[in-house]
Design a protein around this ligand. Structure first.
Ligand SMILES: [Zn+2]
Length: 238
């Protein structure tokens, strides 16, 4: 079933502070009421219209929400683009992105730097692919070890870039994680992996589930709080 109709054109919206922003309009058969969505990763604003909502009601709604939109956009942490000189917190350790001076062909890590060859246009994509591979390796290693401890197989492990979740576990034993966790401290990565692995046994958030998580990684309140505090910032990279 298709749930979204083709997107309507982009509209401009004047914010109270004087800035003008683009708003993408989207029709949705699932939406029950008018809705403004702000993508924390790139600051893009979207107006979601239920199937039968009048366009002018949607536009009026966006105007009425302009102050709130401005506040949300102002509160976003600054974007951190992947370019020469950017320093990333790889598992909590600084990793500087660098263009190699010689004709190196492969993206590789040299001490505290990631040497990224090629042109300007490929730079960010190469960094992202390298981080995804690194996330797959670090998460895969932890997941395998913990899966052995709960005596449940991992049917599939996917590394993705979901908008809101850090990890998920399906009833069929498929795990999925955000590659962005590789930019969090190791204890946070440990916690998220333990959380999803515990779901292989308890597909719920019951007291039994949480004691299973504690059995795998010990105390984890600080790590959950870290994600609540820093989650938006993690989504501003790249
Ligand atoms: Zn959960």
């Amino acid at each position: 079933m298709s749930i979204a109709q083709p997107a309507d054109p982009i509209r401009t919206l004047a914010l109270p502070g004087g800035a003008e922003i683009d708003i993408a309009l989207r029709r949705s058969a699932r939406a029950r009421h008018l809705l403004i969505r702000i993508d924390d990763s790139n600051g893009e604003v979207e107006l979601v219209l239920p199937k039968r909502a009048a366009l002018r009601d949607g536009i009026a709604f966006a105007h009425a929400k302009a102050g709130w939109i401005e506040k949300r956009l102002d509160a976003l942490p600054p974007a951190v683009p992947f370019r020469d000189g950017t320093v990333l917190p790889l598992l909590g350790e600084p990793l500087a992105l660098r263009k190699p001076v010689n004709g190196a062909r492969r993206t590789r890590r040299v001490d505290g730097a990631l040497m990224v060859p090629g042109g300007e246009a490929e730079f960010a994509g190469r960094v992202r692919r390298w981080l995804i591979a690194e996330a797959r390796r670090e998460i895969g290693r932890r997941a395998e070890e913990l899966a052995r401890r709960v005596e449940r197989p991992i049917e599939r492990l996917a590394i993705r870039d979901p908008a809101t979740r850090w990890g998920s576990c399906s009833a069929a034993g498929g795990l999925s994680f955000s590659w962005r966790l590789i930019l969090a401290p190791p204890a946070v990565l440990d916690y998220v992996v333990a959380h999803e692995i515990a779901h292989l046994r308890e597909l719920n958030h019951s007291a039994r589930f949480w004691s299973l998580v504690a059995g795998l990684v010990g105390e984890h309140e600080a790590e959950r709080a870290w994600l609540r505090r820093n989650g938006t910032r993690l989504r501003r990279y790249g």
